[in-house]
Design a protein around this ligand. Structure first.
Ligand code: NDP
Length: 532
């Protein structure tokens, strides 16, 4: 979260020296110090060089104040773009455009089939521009381009394709009613499922394009109009997506995109009286701020928040090697910047040392580097702020007496890199055990007793996800049932699909995204009763 305001062409981070990336064919692609990061492609460099404005009512417009802020490549601290710094008045204009589009625009008059086709085309366009989007995501967020190309981008496209099919299947029910106080009267009663209206969507930086897809796909399929605020660290793929939405035929005002900071643009959106629903993904701390802000007009709220997910390995795991690989990938995928990261590794005592040294060996092998390098397996953390947060937790763990099996340090040199880290000898009260670190840092604990295991696994304010590794199918079901988490993966981890609902128990959130369950978040039920 940010606490200060920024100024034209500067940002909160604008006090440090910055370097501008140049396209391929311009020396090493950087000014200033030497960098090992490969240059970006000329086409993307040309796109980045164009003004990055807000999308309001189908037009790209500068912030009302004229202010912009810098976007950084976390691999080398260079400035890759300046984007509009939207604030209250920009949000007001975006909400008005969405309101007009919802109340009187063509979107709601369009047949479900036509609307579904528009949503489908968005998925097609994402696939057509997959390489470009993967590169953009890589330089904006830091993740390896190959990972973005294999996971983020196709999953985003698949989400739109999946949701497109729902546009024609938003159905109510006919309901036989008795009405005891009206003897002899007959009625035809049924329900309609209608869009909620104007939806504010606030998304985080860990999967910028995919989170935009998770939010926009169901909102559009169900006929809502949207104001989207991307994270300040990673606004670029949402802006490119905005261009693709226009190309796909999304009518003016149906999707408005305002880049800016949480405390200004985000807060204005969450509190806006003309917004009917707010959908948020991010920290539990800000989730609570959103709930308070939404109270003004009692807008509907859905939240996908933090996690401290237990990943449990029993000694009867069918394939211990697969479990070790799974545990490593559960925490190190996306540099641990996943709300569902398997950040607490609970291992049955007899195999504890084997598993911990196996995960540590995997950690040591991970090749850190800029996302655009072909051999990079883990990129930098997203921002300087996140680097400070993660290294702060690493320091706290050391001061509390935990044992670092591997990692525990920032990688020297440019960029926001930290070492993949495995920690043991922890106690339940340590901050590294209780709090979401959101970095490649796993704490490992041994267990012996299955009953005690469940209470330990559930001993967290969060309840987003969990993993269980065992060949005993009955035990797997018992544990899955006992875990208080919105997703339980058995003999696998991080398996996502557009058809599978995702969301949290406890303080990990309200509501479920994806699958047909998400339709409940974006529709409301109207009961109609006709006297016959
Ligand atoms: P935040 O929760 O602050 O950010 C998420 C989104 O909310 C961003 O778009 C942010 O804007 C916006 N926002 C921030 N403050 C407000 C506000 N007062 N009103 C409305 N919107 C607001 O996460 P951070 O980026 O600060 O990351 C901090 C921690 O949050 C991470 O270390 C991690 O633990 C957790 N997190 C969890 C995620 C998840 O997927 N569940 C994703 C990201 C972070 P802006 O970008 O300007 O801050």
């Amino acid at each position: 979260m940010k606490t200060a305001t920024s100024h034209p062409q500067t940002s909160l981070r604008g006090t440090k020296s910055t370097r501008i990336i140049k396209p391929a064919g311009h020396g090493n692609g950087h000014s200033g110090k030497e960098s090992s990061a490969p240059a970006i492609t000329p086409a993307l460099a040309a796109w980045l060089a164009k003004p990055k404005q807000n999308l309001i009512d189908g037009k790209w417009v500068p912030a009302v104040s004229g202010k912009t802020f810098e976007v950084f490549n976390p691999a080398n601290d260079s400035v890759i773009a300046h984007v509009a710094e939207g604030e209250l008045e920009d949000i007001n204009r975006a909400v008005s455009a969405a309101r007009r589009a919802f109340d009187s625009g063509p979107w709601r008059r369009m047949t479900p089939s036509e609307r579904g086709k528009v949503v489908w085309r968005i998925g097609d366009l994402i696939l057509r521009h997959a390489d470009e989007l993967a590169e953009l995501e890589s330089i904006d967020n830091g993740k390896p381009r190959a990972v973005a190309r294999a996971a983020d981008v196709p999953l985003a496209a698949d989400l739109f394709h999946y949701m497109a099919g729902w546009a024609t299947k938003i159905e109510g029910h006919t309901i036989p009613i008795s009405v005891p106080y009206a003897p002899g009267a007959t009625f035809h009663a049924f329900t309609l499922r209608e869009p909620v209206g104007v939806v504010g969507q606030i998304i985080p930086w860990n999967f910028p394009l995919l989170m935009a897809a998770w939010k926009l796909g169901p909102a559009l399929a169900t006929g809502n109009c949207v104001v989207l605020k991307p994270a300040e660290q990673t606004p670029l793929s949402a802006l490119r997506l905005g261009e693709l939405l226009i190309e796909a035929g999304v009518p003016d005002g149906v999707v408005n995109i305002v880049t800016g900071f949480g405390e200004t643009a985000g807060a204005a959106l969450a509190a806006h009286d003309e917004v009917d629903k707010i959908a948020f993904t991010g920290s539990t701390e800000v989730g609570k701020i959103i709930v308070r802000a939404a109270a003004g007009n009692l807008k509907k709220v859905s939240l996908e928040l933090g996690g401290k997910s237990p990943n449990i390995i029993f000694k009867d795991a069918a394939d211990l090697g697969a479990a070790i690989n799974g545990a490593a990938s559960a925490i190190f995928f996306n540099h641990g910047q996943c709300c569902c990261a398997g950040s607490r590794l609970l291992v049955e005592g007899d195999i504890f040392d084997t598993v911990v040294s196996g995960v540590a060996a995997q950690a040591k092998k991970i090749k850190l580097g800029p996302g655009l390098s072909a051999d990079t397996e883990m990129g930098p953390l997203v921002s300087r702020e996140q680097l400070q947060r993660v290294t702060g937790y690493m320091r706290q763990g050391k001061e509390a007496g935990a044992c670092y099996v591997t990692g525990g340090e920032r990688k020297r040199g440019e960029g926001y890199f930290v070492e993949p880290t495995v920690i043991k000898d922890v106690t339940p009260n340590m901050s590294i055990v209780r709090e979401e670190i959101f970095g490649p840092v796993v704490v490992a604990e041994a267990f012996t007793d299955a009953d005690e295991l469940i209470s330990r696994a559930n001993h967290t304010e969060y309840g987003l996800a969990a993993g269980v590794w065992t060949r005993d199918i009955a035990k797997a079901h018992r544990i899955a049932s006992a875990l208080r988490a919105g997703t339980v993966w058995v003999n696998c981890y991080n398996i996502f699909d557009a058809a599978l609902p995702f969301g949290g128990y406890k303080q990990s959130g309200w509501g479920r995204e994806m699958g047909h369950e998400v339709l409940n978040l974006y529709t409301q039920t109207k009961a109609v009763v006709c006297g016959l």
